[in-house]
Design a protein around this ligand. Structure first.
Ligand SMILES: C[S@@+](CC[C@H](N)C(=O)[O-])C[C@H]1O[C@@H](n2cnc3c(N)ncnc32)[C@H](O)[C@@H]1O
Length: 287
């Protein structure tokens, strides 16, 4: 650890060089410095010539080393942007991904077309940080949104985010459709765990070491929760209704197949993400 005093730009130069040496993104240094100094980018730029207080410098250097050791930057700064809002994250929840923003975007589009109004019941199964549920509610204030998770620790994070973002959401703990089986729903969304155990070998180490395994892995080649959703949701849906799930890029046919098999009078569609890969399945219940 380096105990010499440093100005902000000097500390950032030091971070850039050791991050580069470790094959990490050099921009992480800037994010960690913003976190340590608790400033936005503009104020960081204005502070470039300031001396970093000894305690802050130590915290910054530790944070850089922690990241080089494999910890995702979001778990150090406890922050990720999702759909234009800031979410608190820790190791109890998956770091929300940009692909999931697309699920929110297309769900909003389809929901508005299908219902023409926002006074409807929406559930987000496996809410994690609350990213999907909270974004839906913030985009459409009139929605009645319920968010569930099997993990009490994840739900605590989602509640914290809902409070900070002033989103009025009902939170329920439980396995898949069990906590929402008491009523009918107009829209059900989910980004369930969908990675097969066999994929561990090709996955990024930092994901496996730090992101919660209940958020990542699922049995039956990653497909079990989609199969169960397709089996259980039809009885819980109003008609018209909309089910939207995020999927792994190779799972389109299998997941669409589950919904085609189990949901009567439905239009099932696999939708690609911004990279041209299958990423979502939407099932519109028509009658
Ligand atoms: C891939 S993460 C998605 C988190 C968040 N919705 C997002 O998109 O960032 C999956 C979430 O589902 C939860 N989960 C896993 N198995 C579940 C189950 N059987 N029932 C309900 N939630 C489950 C995990 O705890 C985790 O929070």
């Amino acid at each position: 650890m380096n105990n010499d005093s440093k100005r902000v730009f000097e500390a950032l130069d030091w971070a850039s060089s050791i991050l580069e040496e470790a094959n990490c993104e050099t921009r992480v240094g800037q994010l960690l410095m913003q976190y340590v100094l608790d400033v936005d980018y503009t104020h960081l730029v204005m502070a470039m010539q300031d001396e970093v207080a000894a305690a802050d410098l130590q915290k910054f250097e530790e944070a850089v080393h922690t990241h080089i050791g494999g910890m995702p930057v979001q778990y150090i700064t406890h922050h990720e942007e999702f759909y234009g809002r800031s979410f608190y994250v820790d190791e109890n929840v998956l770091i929300p991904r940009p692909e999931t923003e697309e699920l929110v975007h297309y769900s909003l589009q389809r929901m508005r077309k299908l219902f023409g109004h926002d006074d409807i019941q929406v559930a987000d199964i496996g809410t994690g940080s609350g990213a999907i549920a909270i974004s839906m509610k913030k985009e459409c204030a009139k929605l009645h949104v319920t968010a569930t998770d099997i993990s009490a620790a994840a739900l605590a994070v989602a509640k914290r985010n809902a409070e900070a973002l002033e989103a009025d959401i009902q939170f329920l703990e439980g396995d898949l459709t069990a906590p929402i089986a008491h009523q009918k729903w107009d829209v059900v969304l989910s980004n369930p765990p969908y990675i097969a155990q066999s994929e561990v070998a090709v996955m990024d180490d930092s994901v496996i070491k730090h992101e919660p395994h209940t958020a990542l892995f699922a049995e039956e080649d990653g497909l079990i929760l989609y199969r169960k959703l397709a089996e259980n949701l039809p009885a819980l849906m109003n008609r018209p209704g909309l089910i939207g799930v995020e999927i792994g890029y190779l799972q389109g046919n299998a997941v669409a197949g589950f919904f085609r098999q189990h949901v009567e009078h439905a239009k099932v569609e696999v939708v690609k993400d911004m990279f041209g890969q299958d990423r979502m399945v939407f099932c519109e219940l028509t009658k």
